[in-house]
Write a protein that binds this ligand. Structure first.
Ligand code: ADP
Ligand code: MG
Length: 249
């Protein structure tokens, strides 16, 4: 009998030979210097490294919010780094969610309006039931009429997560999502990200400075000077702390 072909699932996202330079010539800052990474579907990855090592640049390129100078980014089977801007924006809206450290909510809008906003900007109709469902998923049922200023920091980050999840993206990127929160509130947010991966089969790539936060992930990737210098599978907290200390992070 012929061998059964092995079906290798496409990674949710992939970076291939990624370079990102800011500026040109001798004054250029090389934030990414050849990054190759694949993020399997249904996994939670933490990205760590010293300040200035290229974590945010990597996340922005992976999320299609910035263009690499060289190399490619793939979402599943689609090479996104070369798509024209309109197609990229459209695809990003349906396939990718992004959460920022500073929440980035609109203070004059209600919670529900904030969750709807990316869809409205993209010109797609946002179903009210989907908005309420996304808010319920992050534990904010009944808060849809509040303004961000009436909520705690942790609740505001939950709104930002609901906003990122409302389009049911395959992959969620989060840049230091617990950086502005106290430890207990940060734990709630991390548990929420973890649950999305475990229960919804979502993928998550999270930048963090905090080894305790990184220990929620399945895998921890370490960057230094724009390159991947380590890639650990389910490392113990002590291993993460030690690795980071040796990088000067
Ligand atoms: P990290 O998130 O790990 O702190 P960044 O990706 O933000 O790292 O930055 C990597 C390097 O690129 C740093 O040296 C930073 O100063 C530089 N950099 C980031 N964004 C810009 C920009 N828009 N213009 C110029 N330099 C930048
Ligand atoms: Mg950063």
């Amino acid at each position: 009998m012929p061998p059964i072909p092995t079906m290798t699932a496409e990674p949710a996202a992939r970076a291939e030979g990624l370079h990102r330079a800011y500026g040109r010539g001798a004054a250029a800052v090389h934030a990414l210097r050849g990054v190759d990474l694949a993020f399997a579907s249904g996994t939670f990855t933490a990205v760590m490294g010293p300040s200035g090592s290229g974590k945010t640049s990597l996340l922005h390129c992976l999320a299609g919010m910035d263009r690499p100078t060289r190399g490619a980014v793939w979402w599943g089977g689609t090479e996104v780094s070369r798509l024209p801007e309109r197609r990229l924006a459209h695809l990003r809206r349906s396939r990718v969610g992004f959460v920022f450290q500073a929440f980035n909510l609109m203070p004059a809008m209600t919670v529900a309006q904030n969750v709807e906003l990316p869809g409205r900007l993209a010109g797609t109709r946002v179903d009210r039931a989907e908005v309420l469902d996304a808010l319920a998923r992050v534990g904010l049922a009944g808060r849809e009429g509040h303004r961000p200023g009436q909520l705690s920091g942790g609740q505001q980050q939950r709104v930002a997560i609901a906003r990122a999840l409302v389009s049911r993206p395959e992959i969620l990127f989060a840049d230091e999502p617990t950086g502005a929160l106290d430890r207990a509130t940060g734990h709630e947010i991390l548990a929420l990200l973890r649950a999305g991966v475990d229960q919804k089969g979502q993928s998550c790539v999270m930048v963090t400075h905090d080894p305790v936060a990184a220990a929620y992930a399945d895998r921890v990737v370490f960057l230094a000077d724009g390159r991947v210098v380590d890639d650990l599978d389910r490392p113990a907290l002590s291993v993460i702390i030690d690795r980071l200390a040796r990088l000067g992070g």
